[in-house]
Design a protein around this ligand. Structure first.
Ligand SMILES: N[C@@H](Cc1ccccc1)C(=O)O
Length: 480
């Protein structure tokens, strides 16, 4: 049987001492306690030793003090008295000891208590309880005490003078197989834990025992600090888009209706602009918008939608409802020279909608938005890019169907297939309408898409409730 050196060491103690059984403390002279426990567990598994655990109750001193009744007697003796008024006890004893003293005097019949006085006949009285306390020393085994002593322990425990500690007594003893094993001489090779230059050159390594690592030994799980899953997936998506040649852009969270809606050719009476869908700012209520652009946009709206465009509506401040405002702001920022070049940008950020909170709605969530502008980009390119993007996100099965957005034409929606959930809608996309691009003087096609990011995160982490993403449930965070 292949034994570890420590196993051999432990068995050799039995052999050298010619004993078949040891208490743990006895073995501690030869080996550290932790090691004995660990090694005997291994030996138990090999049926060479067995161990027994007994709980021992040990009576120990809990308070190193004289009984209050003894303090009274001593005081009286010192002052040549034999009696004291109960009300004067407070001069001798702390308040909390007075009742205990009186109770004990009565119980042990040390003195008479009469008319508010304590009268002693013998100030040098004997007290078995005191004698017992003196005997305790470093501790007495409770089970070895006789009935009378046990009764005393009970009283002293209540008075707080003694306590009972429980100690485990472990005995380790050889099994039949173990006894057989130690009949043969046990040889202990030198153990090395590290191969060094010297052990190699001297050839010592050939004879020495090199302790093997057991990588299968179970350990406590360790949870290192980690980044929140939502942040992780945001970073991952950013990496994917950067690798696909997109550049990141940002835009304000507090936005005018102009950039959020007007610029995207959403008519001003569109229901999405109502209080129940969008958050409006109370202070300040209005923001600034570029005058020349405003004129262009107004002209397009009035010409195409045929209504009276209201600049006051354009100026109203809201929390942006989608990241498409970032895309259009980027396009509007391009200089004439830049307009001649191709562009690919994305934005991952928070958006806000006045939704009642439930398992799939939060008033604040993430979107990921992207645009591609180029001389000859087309609808097929859009589908190709989206397929590639979704594939890199881990969605192999994707399908597209027509959809409607006020700012794109044609528009589409993409669905991904998940074994557990079936087909799920995940993004909207399309080609920006000429009415959107006209006011900013862009003549090249611009492909655009927006993906519900929180949705994506839920799918990725297998969550059924969007709120779980933000609950910061530590157990979940440790696992994902
Ligand atoms: N902004 C749209 C998504 C979208 C973006 C770009 C093009 C088409 C659709 C939404 O929030 O649902």
């Amino acid at each position: 049987m292949e034994l570890h050196v420590d196993e051999k060491r432990l068995l050799k103690i039995f052999q050298d001492q010619k004993k078949e059984e040891f208490k743990l403390e006895e073995l501690e002279k030869f080996m550290p306690k932790e090691k004995i426990l660990r090694v005997s567990l291994w030996l138990k598994g090999k049926d060479l030793v067995e161990s027994n655990e007994k709980i021992r109750k040990i009576v120990k001193i809990a308070k190193n003090d004289e009984f209050p009744e003894r303090k009274i007697a001593k005081y009286l003796k010192e002052h040549n008295l034999s009696e004291i008024e109960i009300k004067n006890l407070k001069d001798i004893l702390p308040k909390e000891e007075i009742n205990a003293a009186l109770g004990s005097i009565k119980r042990k019949n040390i003195a008479k208590i009469d008319k508010g006085k304590i009268i002693f006949e013998n100030l040098d009285y004997d007290d078995v309880e005191e004698d017992f306390l003196k005997k305790i020393g470093n501790g007495l085994l409770f089970d070895n005490l006789n009935e009378e002593e046990k009764r005393i322990v009970d009283i002293l425990k209540k008075r707080g003078f003694v306590k009972i500690d429980e100690e485990k007594e472990i005995t380790i003893k050889l099994t039949e197989k173990g006894k057989e094993f130690i009949k043969k001489p046990i040889e202990i090779e030198e153990e090395i834990t590290q191969l060094t230059r010297d052990t190699i050159i001297s050839g010592k390594w050939k004879k020495a025992y090199i302790r093997p690592y057991d990588v299968k030994i179970p350990t406590k799980p360790v949870y290192p600090a980690k980044i929140h899953p939502l942040t992780r997936i945001i970073r991952e998506v950013k990496e994917i888009l950067l690798a696909m040649g997109f550049k990141e852009v940002k835009s304000p969270i507090v936005e005018t209706e102009f950039w959020n809606f007007d610029m995207l050719f959403e008519p001003q009476d569109h229901p999405a602009r109502e209080m129940q869908d969008t958050f409006f700012l109370k202070y300040p209520q209005e923001g600034e918008i570029p005058e020349d652009l405003l004129d262009n946009v107004k002209e397009v709206h009035e010409r195409c939608w045929k209504y009276k465009f209201d600049e006051n509506i354009s100026k109203r401040l809201i929390l942006r409802t989608h990241t498409t405002s970032s895309s259009i702001r980027y396009l509007a920022s391009l200089s004439e020279e830049e307009k001649n070049k191709p562009h690919k940008v994305f934005c991952i950020d928070r958006v806000f909608r006045n939704e009642a909170i439930d398992y799939k709605h939060l008033p604040e969530f993430y979107q990921c938005e992207g645009i591609i502008m180029g001389e000859d980009v087309n609808f097929n390119n859009l589908i190709g890019v989206l397929k590639e993007f979704l594939k890199r996100l881990g969605f192999e099965k994707v399908r597209f169907r027509p959809a409607y957005f006020p700012f794109t034409e044609p528009s589409l929606e993409a669905e991904v297939y998940l074994e557990s959930r079936g087909w799920l809608e995940i993004l909207g996309a399309g080609i920006f309408r000429p009415e959107v691009l006209e006011p900013i003087g862009i003549k090249k096609p611009v492909l655009a898409w927006g993906i519900g990011f929180s949705r994506l995160a839920m799918l990725r982490f297998g969550l059924k409730d969007i709120r779980d993403l933000h609950k910061n449930d530590l157990d979940w965070l440790k696992r994902v």
